[in-house]
Design a protein around this ligand. Sequence first.
Ligand SMILES: [Fe+2]
Ligand SMILES: [Fe+2]
Length: 171
Amino acid sequence: MHDQISTTTFFIKDGLSYLQLDHDRFEMMFHALQNAHGAEKKEILIQLSKQLLEHMALENEHLDPLIEGQLGHEWVKKCQQDDDNTKLLLDTIKNSANNEELNTNIEKLISLQREHMKNEELEIFVDLRAKLNQDQLEVLYNSLETAKKQLEAPGNARHALEAMRNRVVHA
Ligand SMILES: [Fe+2]
Ligand SMILES: [Fe+2]
């Protein structure tokens, strides 16, 4: 009986776990970034920047409406402010004048994202889980998965990510 329950649980489609898995991947990338140098560091930064922009675009389109409806606008505003600050930091990192400045900006990005992901996982996701049923979590999972495939389809990614990057910065 117990085995049956764990097997079923393992295959449940859950949009919040889907996003949490992205967070775990970012944490691994932060660690790799802090230990990398030269070309390797540059390559990790390119990948991290792309994946963070994708993650923000997915949350913006599919998670924010749920937060707005279930938890209220203040939480959406907080998330979007963090996203805007992340985008500014990604640009600042790209324009860093020297290695010292680059490392300082990378540390700022990592601490901002860690704080943001912690807020999502320990506050927003917990509160949403208490309000959403399994069908709604599965709808979120399917929407995120479909949107991610579209973002990653050749030709689509650049347009979507540019739109995300250029979204008006919130006051
Ligand atoms: Fe987020
Ligand atoms: Fe997130």
